[in-house]
Design a protein around this ligand. Structure first.
Ligand SMILES: [Zn+2]
Ligand SMILES: [Zn+2]
Length: 271
């Protein structure tokens, strides 16, 4: 019985326990991620992360955000969504320590974890075990779960009602089973990088691969925007601290989808 478990340093994915690192990281070998050109594939034993990093727990535009500092791998932060149906952790982080467990426990623990797409699966099984809760993922991403576990509950179809006004919406796009979380009570959309919050906050964007700049076909972007039409929202929480659109979220997604489609289908440059 081994107690070691390795993280891919580029994407932060944790692999099943083993004395030696895996031979490869399929998530980074996929065109939506990358293997660093200078270092190649690098691994870190999971517990080593706590020796060089510490928890970062702070408010992010009205929701508690959780990550580590300095940033690790892709650097996303998780969000603690407090609903009448219990707390849901949106997205996840490779880093987990006693400080985070104590803070979330003080907030009432977790009823569930839901993660936008495989780039943020990170150490999700450690979190599910720490809080004895399930993880809701879309079944289209089954092959990207690198550490299979009974805690993972795959769902099928286009929406998944978690109760408490929380709905997972399958948007596709960046990943076929890419999902976002709609929080009706807050009129908020938690989007990971299925919808990318960009610098000016008046628009968002959508890509097949962000690091490798591979666009999506316009039909996929239209489908993504259409999937969100029944779910009105003002605020959009992207994948990192302070990547937040504060207002007019539904209109921002619609006009951004329109701008994207024009940019890739019409002659001339977008204005
Ligand atoms: Zn990786
Ligand atoms: Zn991604």
């Amino acid at each position: 019985m081994t107690s070691k478990s390795y993280l891919c340093k580029a994407c932060g994915t944790q692999y099943p326990p083993g004395e030696e690192p895996p031979g490869a990281c399929p998530i980074c070998e996929d065109p939506r991620q990358y293997i660093p050109h200078d270092e190649g594939q690098q691994w870190l034993e999971w517990r080593e992360l706590a020796k060089t990093h510490k928890a970062e727990i702070r408010d992010d535009h009205g929701i508690l955000g959780i990550a580590c500092t300095p940033s690790f791998a892709i650097g996303q932060r998780a969000l603690l969504v407090k609903s009448s149906a219990g707390n849901v952790l949106w997205d996840c982080s490779s880093y987990l320590d006693d400080e985070i467990v104590a803070r979330i426990s003080a907030e009432g623990g977790l009823a569930a974890i839901a993660i936008s797409h495989p780039h943020y699966y990170s150490s999700m099984i450690e979190w599910a075990r720490a809080f004895a809760c399930p993880i809701h993922l879309h079944e289209a991403e089954r092959k990207w779960v690198m550490r299979p576990d009974p805690a993972v509950r795959f769902w099928a179809g286009e929406t998944n009602d978690l109760g408490g006004g929380l709905t997972l919406v399958r948007c596709g796009g960046h990943y076929e089973g890419g999902q976002v979380l709609h929080w009706a009570e807050r009129r908020a959309l938690l989007s990971g990088d299925i919808i990318q919050v960009i610098p000016d906050r008046r628009y968002v964007s959508f890509m097949y691969s962000y690091p490798n700049l591979i666009p999506l076909p316009p039909s996929r972007v239209q489908r993504l925007a259409d999937a969100l039409a029944p779910f009105p929202f003002d605020t959009i929480y992207g994948a990192w601290f302070d990547r937040v659109v504060e207002r007019d979220g539904s209109a921002v997604v619609r006009r951004s989808a329109d701008r994207y489609v024009r940019a890739v289908t019409e002659p001339g440059l977008p204005s």
